[in-house]
Write a protein that binds this ligand. Structure first.
Ligand code: HEM
Length: 402
């Protein structure tokens, strides 16, 4: 389903180096600062709309907000009406499922077949907006009179600038490449963030003491930075930052990934021949590290011997945001593998952190979130992403604080 010219996450060598060079400026500090006001507005509007309605299904509402964030921040698609948003979300769901299909059948009723149809529709829906953005960008020029590039409000806008800066403006006229880049961004940023926001919220509803501490921090942040969710305010939220990181550590968006050894290796006394496929299970690695930190005899993986759930019992065993604060636990710093290291490391890590902190800050400042389902009865699935089982509705209610 991917195009070989743009599938950077699957490529190696010169192609991925070029793709990464194109993507990097879109995640620079300057670029991120340009996205912050938009993300603040989206999370505040989403929470206000949820509080104004009755109970809702948490996972699907979180996904709607994530798709809104991605449409605006990643591809610069603003101004979609709610019917267009709903259709785009449904089409993206079918497309993403198609990319995970185990059977590559073109039967239109199969998962892969529906994915192919969704891909066609995604192209039809995205391309007019992409052409509009590209033409506006080319018409206005990307260099300011002081020689700097103009700030862009979306990742795709920055990538178009980077293409021009590489002396390759002609490539912007290859609409298929632009569309694949845009879909690639949506694939990298939507489901990962969406599943993480859900996990974060489910965990928080069970830890009122953590919510209280987040609120205390917000009061201090507001005293110093005012009520706006600015970049400086988000950077000042150290405890909030630790909570977001901790959730990625104890319940990462994805638990494991595959790699192929390019040469003979020895890791921890285990010989791995070149060409062997390796499962890198970072959720297990985090929990082994946790056991070492706290001198535990057993590793509290949520799957051990029972249906995996994200309940109070599991959280009380592992949730330790202090490990991310200055000083850590016993002076030791944890290792976060969820976003990877090395040449494929996630480019969207800081973007995700800022989005999650904006969401948490807006939530604890203005609302009480209540889960209407008992988390101890909701099985969690781990592949391809960590999420509560889709078959069980995850009802919740949001009330504005007096
Ligand atoms: C909780 C949220 C996220 C998690 C856990 C996550 C995790 C990851 C991981 C593990 C990889 C490496 C994949 C591999 O090597 O096979 C990756 C790559 C990537 N991620 Fe994220 N990601 C998240 C959010 C985002 C967001 C919001 C974006 C924004 C577009 C993004 C953009 C990317 C890109 C562009 C790559 C490819 C980097 C490259 O191959 O050079 N990610 N991500």
């Amino acid at each position: 389903m991917a195009d070989p010219r743009t599938a950077a996450t699957m490529a190696d060598g010169a192609l991925r180096r070029t793709q990464r060079r194109l993507m990097q400026p879109a995640f620079s500090n300057d670029a991120l600062n340009g996205y912050v006001p938009i993300m603040g507005r989206i999370v505040e509007e989403s929470l206000a709309a949820l509080a104004a309605g009755g109970p809702f299904e948490l996972r699907s509402e979180v996904r709607t907000t994530t798709v809104d964030l991605a449409n605006s921040l990643l591809v610069g698609l603003t101004g979609l009406d709610s019917a267009a948003k709903r259709e785009l979300q449904a089409v993206m769901d079918d497309f993403f499922s198609g990319t995970q299909a185990l059977e590559l059948s073109e039967d239109p009723n199969s998962v892969f077949g529906r994915g192919l149809a969704a891909k066609k529709r995604l192209f039809e829906m995205l391309q007019p907006a992409l052409v509009e953005q590209r033409d506006a960008l080319l018409a206005e020029g990307h260099i300011r009179s002081d020689g700097n590039t103009k700030p862009r409000k979306s990742v795709l806008g920055c990538m178009m600038d980077a293409r021009i800066a590489m002396g390759d403006a002609d490539a912007l006229h290859d609409l298929d490449v632009l569309t694949y880049q845009c879909i690639g961004m949506l694939m990298a940023g939507v489901d990962t963030s969406g599943s993480s926001f859900t996990t974060l919220l489910v965990a928080l509803t069970q830890m009122p003491e953590v919510v209280e501490r987040l609120r205390e921090e917000q009061q201090k942040v507001i005293q110093t930075h005012g009520p706006g969710l600015t970049r400086a305010a988000l950077d000042a939220m150290k405890y909030c930052d630790a909570v977001v990181k901790e959730v990625q550590y104890i319940q990462p968006a994805g638990a494991a990934n595959l790699r192929v050894a390019l040469k003979d290796l020895e890791i921890g006394g285990c010989s791995i021949p070149a060409g062997a496929m390796i499962v890198v299970h970072w959720h297990a690695a985090h929990m082994l590290e946790d056991a070492e930190f706290f001198g535990r005899q057993t590793v509290p993986l949520p799957r051990a011997g029972r249906p995996a759930v994200l309940d109070k019992d599991y959280l009380s065993q592992v949730f330790r945001p202090e490990r991310w604060l200055a000083g850590g636990v016993g002076g030791r710093k944890p290792t976060m593998l969820t976003f990877h290291y090395g040449p494929h490391t996630c480019l969207g890590t800081t973007l995700y952190m800022l989005e999650a902190k904006a969401l948490l800050a807006a939530l604890v400042r203005g609302y009480d979130l209540e889960l209407l389902a008992d988390p101890a009865t909701i099985p969690w699935t781990y592949a391809p992403l960590s999420l509560p089982d889709r078959a069980v509705p995850l009802m919740a209610r949001l009330a504005a604080r007096a």
